[in-house]
Design a binder for this molecule. Structure first.
Ligand SMILES: [Zn+2]
Length: 331
């Protein structure tokens, strides 16, 4: 069942952590923990350093972690997801303190764990208490904070794919949710400058748009409003290279390529990505790899059977690949 989060945002809101009653278990990493300590000396009962989200790692932690009353996730996606896993398994109060707004993990009910290098989602726990501390978040690298915008910009391609699935396959389509999602995209467009500069307004905008996206997807029962063929590009690239990348970079690459396949305002999209500071030229990914990713995309969509999209409706020809990869290089 969807639960709306109580979000406290502002300067120094982390001070509230000191008032938490009972035994407090913190899931964090060296960097966010260090940043928090710089702002506020705090010694909770247990501090656990998160290493990774492999399923064995989180299961082992759950089996060995001491008794606690509140779990606090401090950091990025893995720290929040580790806290979510513990709170879900042990049915405890949870407070999340994102120190970066690069992913929607602090708002979603699902927990991403890795099984054989692939993300699988487990659990069902809607975060109810969030402390969004502007001072803390602004200490993270700007390009990572801007990254949160990628999973909102993805509404653009996702809505196209969703409508296509409704037309071609009779998939359930909800006009009202689609227009609410479109409104989120417009707000992102208008606030792009604040997002780029990682201002308090920009941070709050990202968190608010994540919150609305999560609520919409919960109401609908799937991720159609925000996940489309651009995510297939991201997933296929990780499968192909067996490497982890910054999620936002891969989604931005997916947006760059799929708006072309969709013929869905590719120039507007590229401009939006630039204004948000999202990088679609993924560091460490060669043009050849982008080409290979596109060439195997239909096969990937067929094997994984994730969802119907433009990839099923339009052929990705060698000509399209050459043109897209070429544009990626020069623009
Ligand atoms: Zn995503």
């Amino acid at each position: 069942m969807y639960k709306a989060p109580k979000i406290e945002s502002g300067s120094r809101v982390i001070r509230k952590l000191k008032d938490l009653p009972g035994r407090v278990f913190v899931a964090t990493m060296e960097i966010p923990w260090g940043l928090l300590q710089e702002q506020m000396a705090w010694s909770p009962d247990y501090v656990h350093m998160v290493t990774d989200m492999d399923v064995e790692t989180v299961e082992r932690l759950e089996a060995t972690a001491p008794e606690f009353d509140v779990v606090v996730g401090i950091g990025g996606g893995s720290c929040c997801d580790t806290a979510k896993y513990l709170a879900w398994k042990r049915d405890k109060r949870m407070v999340l303190v994102p120190t970066i707004v690069s992913v929607d993990a602090p708002l979603t009910n699902m927990i991403g764990v890795r099984v054989d290098n692939t993300v699988r989602y487990v659990g069902d726990i809607f975060p109810e208490e969030l402390l969004v501390d502007h001072d803390l978040i602004r200490k993270a690298p700007k390009h990572l904070n801007r990254g949160g915008a990628a999973d909102i910009a993805s509404i653009h391609t996702a809505l196209y794919d969703w409508k296509l699935a409704a037309e071609d396959r009779g998939e359930l389509y909800d006009e009202r949710i689609a227009s609410e999602a479109a409104a989120c995209l417009e707000e992102l467009d208008r606030g792009a400058g604040e997002v780029y500069d990682v201002t308090p307004k920009g941070i709050d905008l990202i968190v608010d748009l994540f919150r609305r996206e999560v609520e919409m997807c919960a109401r609908l029962g799937n991720s159609r409003p925000e996940e489309g063929s651009e995510h297939l590009v991201a997933y296929n690239m990780e499968r192909m290279t067996k490497r982890h990348f910054v999620h936002a970079d891969l989604v931005a690459l997916g947006l760059f390529c799929m708006t072309r396949l969709q013929e869905n305002r590719p120039d507007w999209t590229r401009d939006l990505l630039d204004r948000l500071g999202l990088q679609y030229r993924v560091p460490g990914v060669t043009r050849k790899q982008v080409g290979a990713c596109l060439a195997t995309l239909k096969e990937f969509a067929d094997t994984t059977k994730m969802f119907y999209s433009v990839v099923d409706a339009r052929a990705i020809t060698p000509g399209f690949i050459e043109e897209t990869v070429g544009r990626l290089a020069v623009e």
